[in-house]
Design a protein around this ligand. Structure first.
Ligand code: CAA
Length: 379
């Protein structure tokens, strides 16, 4: 057993960290304040190959693996969780199902421009009436000649409005729930597709989250992803990997908060000495660092399993569960270390704390992760 990262992984970490610190961090607070997505940052990530890390070169990727992808999401999230989730949703929620279930034509037409960063991808599963109960969706797709006609709406879509390519799920046979669900690739310029309400959020405010609406939306039959009726399985399998991307985001947020709190605690003098040397704060930092490390190990393990072609669904749910809770705990403690200053926008820790919360909610709440894990260990 070897816990040392390979040279390639270390190189990717260094490259992404330099990029994140120089190009992403300087505007993280203002983009958060203004709820502003910056396509230029996405374009620059594309130049570095960060928009297609695990995909083979023939599909526009850099031919690396899921561990490299997690390291990149972690490093981006260490300075800006919104930028981290942009890449995470683009890669593991939109790119992955096309890579795994797409035809060669679909991969060339959709995965390649996404991997090259010419187009942004998004994933549409959640609806106003179906969040945790994903199988309760109402969006329908009826076959008419060479097209499926989609009707309904999806909410909480990460990259909504900015994305050109959406992997969405709809009922082709409403009487058959799970087995009547089909996955589709929908382009934003299709007739009957529109972007609805943009959410105003507590955190990840520079990552757009919108509703998407289908009103007699015409989707060519060749845009069915996988088999008709296979959509629920595709949605679930996509989330199996996606959840580990969120775990990586949580690890990055927690590490960013820990770094800020540690630096502050070494400088801040109270009672005649730096607060880091006082046990109340020193022990807090120790607990925070231990949580981050444990979360990282679970996350890297799940990524390693996926890269090795081994089962990773349970481990991915575990990493998201543990890392999401760790991020919330560590960022809350980071605010505590900063005291009153931490509660202000003069320091980044309040943003980390707001950003951490979503990692306990999206791509399956912590309660759903427990459901997935308990089903897997008892079946
Ligand atoms: N892999 C393959 N197949 C799977 C699977 C998986 N991981 N999970 C379930 N299935 C299959 C089952 O085997 C079953 O197939 P059969 O009928 O052939 O046996 C079928 O799917 C139905 O499975 P369940 O009976 O387990 O389904 P359920 O209705 O009980 O739901 C659930 C299971 C785990 C609760 C699921 O609904 C779920 O994951 N809910 C949470 C949804 C979620 O995470 N949403 C987040 C959306 S994305 C997002 O957050 C936004 C963003 O952009 C970041």
């Amino acid at each position: 057993m070897n816990f040392q990262l390979s040279e390639e992984h270390e190189m990717i970490r260094k490259m992404v960290r330099d990029f994140a610190e120089n190009e992403v961090a300087p505007t993280a607070a203002s983009r958060d304040e203004e709820e502003r997505f910056d396509r230029n940052i996405f374009n620059k990530m594309a130049e570095l190959g960060l928009t297609g890390i695990p995909w083979p070169e023939e599909y526009g990727g850099i031919g690396s693996d899921y561990l490299a992808y997690c390291i990149a999401v972690e490093e981006l999230s260490r300075v800006c969780a919104s930028t981290g989730v942009t890449i995470s949703a683009h890669t593991s929620l939109a790119g992955w199902p096309i890579y795994k279930f797409g035809s060669e034509e679909q991969k060339q037409k959709y995965l390649k421009p996404m991997a090259q960063g010419e187009k942004i991808g998004a994933y549409g599963l959640t609806e106003p009436g179906s969040g945790s109960d994903a199988g309760g969706m109402k969006t329908t797709a009826r076959l008419e000649g060479n097209h499926y006609i989609l009707n309904g709406s999806k909410i909480f879509i990460t990259n909504g409005g900015e994305a050109e390519i959406y992997v969405v799920f709809a009922l082709t046979d409403p009487s058959n729930k799970h087995k009547g669900t089909t996955a589709f690739i929908v382009e934003s310029n299709y007739e009957g597709f529109s972007v609805g309400k943009k959410e105003k959020k507590l955190g990840i405010r520079s990552s757009p989250t919108t509703e998407i609406i289908f009103e007699e939306c015409k989707v060519p039959v060749e845009n069915v992803l996988g088999e008709v009726g296979e959509g629920f399985k595709i949605a679930m399998m996509t989330l199996d990997g996606g959840r580990n991307g969120i775990a990586a985001q949580a690890v990055g947020i927690a590490q960013g908060a820990l770094d800020a709190a540690t630096a502050y605690a070494k400088e801040r003098v109270q009672f005649g000495k730096p607060i880091a040397t006082q046990q109340g704060i020193g022990f807090k930092l120790a607990d925070m660092a231990t949580s981050v490390e444990a979360a990282r190990l679970l996350t890297y393990q799940a990524a390693w399993l996926e890269s090795a072609g081994l089962p990773y669904g349970k481990e991915s749910a575990m990493s998201k569960l543990f890392a999401g809770d760790a991020a919330m705990r560590v960022t809350t403690e980071a605010v505590q270390v900063f005291g009153g200053y931490g509660y202000t926008k003069d320091y980044p820790v309040e943003r980390y704390m707001r950003d951490a919360k979503i990692t306990q909610i999206y791509e399956g709440t912590q309660e759903i992760q427990r459901l997935v894990i308990s089903r897997m260990i008892t079946k």
